[in-house]
Structures are given as C-alpha cells and as structure tokens.
Design a protein around this ligand. Structure first.
Ligand code: MRU
Length: 353
C-alpha cells in the first residue's frame, strides 16, 4: 500500500486539467486524493483547509489560476486579462492571512503582464511553466531550510512544534519540520512534542501523523501543556512555520504561536521560525498590520465532538492566527540563510541577496 508520505500534497494533472490535492481535512482517518477541475472547488478546498499551510496554498493557487486562464476563450489581450483578473481576485479571496497565496498570484499576474504582446496561447504556456516552477522552487526552498535548520539542533534534542509546518503544509519536507526530516534521514534522533493545535487540530491530525509515520519519537500534547513540558526541561528548541513574516520580524502563525514564544522566552528555550522568503512580506511593516482570519464559531463549539460542547448562544472568538513579537524570535530560517535580530536589517539583506 502507498505510504501517506509518498502522496503529493499538491500537484497539477495536465491530462485532466486538474489541481490534485491530498485532502488534509480527512487525515489521519482517510487518505483521499481530490482532483479539482473548477474554480469553485479550488476556492472551497483552500477555504475549508483541504489544502492548507502557507507554501502549499501558494502552489495550489498558482496551479489554480493557470487552470482558470487555460479556460479563457479570448484572443484579444485586454479581454483575456479582464477575465484573468476576475479569476485571480476570486482565488485571492479564499483566505486572507498567508502571504504565499497573494505572492503566488502576484507572480502569475506579473508574467501575464510582462508577456502582454504575445499570443494568448503562448501566455497560457508561460503560466503553466510559472506554476510548475513555483512548485519546484518550494521543494528546493524547504530542503535548504532543512539544511540551515539542522545547524541549530543537536542529536537527541527535545523539539516542540505547533500546528503543521511539515510536508503536508508544503510540497515536500515542510518548513519547521524540514530539519527534523532531514536530520532523521541522517541518523539523528530527536524527541518531538506536537501541540494538538485547537480548534482544527493540525498538530494532532497532521504533525503527529506525519512524524509518527516517519518513525520519529513524537509526543502529542494539548496546547495548554506547553509550559509544563518546558518546565520539565524536555524542550531544547521550538520550531514553527509562518504564514507571514512582517518586515520587522514579527511572525504571524497559527493561533497559539505567540503564547508559545512568550513561554519559550521565559524558560530560555530558543524560538526558531522556518519560512521561505516567499513568506516574508516586506510591504507589511509589523504584525499589527496583518489581516488575521477569523473562522466559524462551530470550529470551537462543536467540531470534532460527538455533541456540541458549549452552551447554545455563547459568544465565541475564533482567530485562526496570531503573531509573535520580533523580540521573542531567536532566528528566522530561510532557504537563503538564517536571519537573526535586528530583523528589520537582516531580513532586508536576505530578501535582497
Ligand atoms: O490554517 P492553516 O492550517 O493553513 O495554518 C497553517 C499554519 O499556521 C502553518 O504553521 C504555516 O502555514 C506554516 S506552514 C509551512
């Protein structure tokens, strides 16, 4: 039987003109591959987290917008571009926080504009190439993040991770989990602590699954147990991913990340963020300027439970992300190197390198 880690998180099926994803909303209970051929289904897959994690979302929309462009039956550029922009804006509305979604769509938009004088058929081929390149670059970026991240940990370390910034969140390797996967392949043995990550349980359903399936020593904890495991001295480093890094080094990531960063500082545990440069948003000055997605209340009150676990009519606040202030971040590991404070200056150097 095919191993779950051998499935591609996100890919393009040229024959069927489809975005192919591993449905993450069903893991670990069911391994199901979806072949999405219309824009509504692609939008829904992103919005309902069937495909999720900032880099995977970026690749999914790049493929999605190529498929939309392929269907546009216009020979005149202006007419083609109008329809292309509508499709692009539709996909851009699927989720608001992960910058990779907008970064990938911007990249696809700029290749169209750069080639505006070419025949529409050729523009469609260029979009195909760009989507495939974005996917390939993601694999390489994650591998390099893994190599740099490995220099920060030692054999036998206890490592805490939050949400899922592993293979499922990218095309391959992951960001925060890339050093762990690469290190494991090279014989290093780490002790992983995965927070369950309420309310959507990306830690319990995805990180714990991914690490456990690889054979890595993994302990699942509830989100409110982080202080306890740090106090026990079991954690030598925190590794998380990011949905958007602001220019000043504030790190937006899954809700709960900020609290973990505060605890890490208190207990003297280094707090590392692994993110490709596509996640660094130099146009957003600080974390306060990031649009934090708020999701349905039912994710908190009833999802996963056999019956509703909160009183009917109770007020609920369900932000999907928060941000760790830059002063809590030890280093940001990118595919081009490791940025240390002061982030304002050092992120700029990495982006311009
Ligand atoms: O809501 P999700 O599951 O898309 O949130 C994902 C995260 O917060 C990840 O940590 C982040 O995208 C980094 S993924 C490499």
């Amino acid at each position: 039987m095919k191993h779950v880690m051998d499935y591609e998180t996100v890919s393009l099926d040229d024959e069927k003109s489809a975005l192919v994803i591993l449905d993450q909303s069903l893991l670990p209970g069911e391994i199901k591959v979806l072949s999405l051929t219309n824009q509504r289904d692609i939008w829904k897959a992103i919005s309902t987290l069937q495909v999720r994690g900032a880099p995977a979302i970026g690749v999914a929309v790049a493929i999605g917008i190529y498929l939309a462009a392929k269907e546009i039956d216009e020979d005149v550029f202006d007419k083609f571009y109008n329809k292309f922009r509508s499709a692009l804006e539709y996909l851009a509305s699927a989720r608001p926080t992960a910058i990779n979604l907008f970064w990938a769509l911007d990249r696809m938009d700029s290749v169209v504009l750069k080639n505006a004088t070419k025949p529409i058929g050729e523009i469609k081929n260029i979009l195909h190439r760009e989507a495939v390149t974005i996917k390939k670059e993601d694999i390489l970026a994650c591998k390099n993040i893994g190599e740099y991240g490995l220099t920060l940990i030692n054999d036998g370390d206890g490592i805490l991770t939050h949400c899922n910034a592993g293979q499922f969140a990218t095309v391959k390797y992951g960001t925060a989990l890339a050093p762990i996967h690469l290190g494991y392949e090279r014989g290093f043995r780490y002790k992983l602590y995965a927070t369950e990550t309420r309310p959507l349980l990306q830690g319990a359903r995805l990180s714990a699954f991914e690490l456990f399936e690889r054979g890595i020593d993994t302990t699942l904890i509830c989100d409110n147990m982080v202080s306890q495991v740090m106090k026990n001295g079991w954690i030598q480093a925190v590794f998380v991913g990011s949905d958007r890094v602001a220019a000043n080094g504030d790190v937006c990531n899954k809700i709960g990340t900020s609290g973990i960063a505060i605890l890490a500082k208190y207990y003297g545990v280094p707090f590392y963020v692994c993110a490709p440069t596509s996640t660094i948003d130099m146009n957003t000055p600080t974390g306060k300027k990031i649009h934090i997605e708020e999701r349905q209340h039912s994710e908190v009150t009833e999802m996963w439970y056999k019956k509703r676990m909160a009183p009917e009519g109770i007020k609920v606040y369900n932000p999907a992300f928060d941000f760790a202030d830059n002063e809590l971040v030890t280093a940001i590991v990118t595919e081009r190197g490791i940025a240390k404070p002061p982030f304002e200056k050092n992120l700029k150097t990495i982006i311009e390198s």
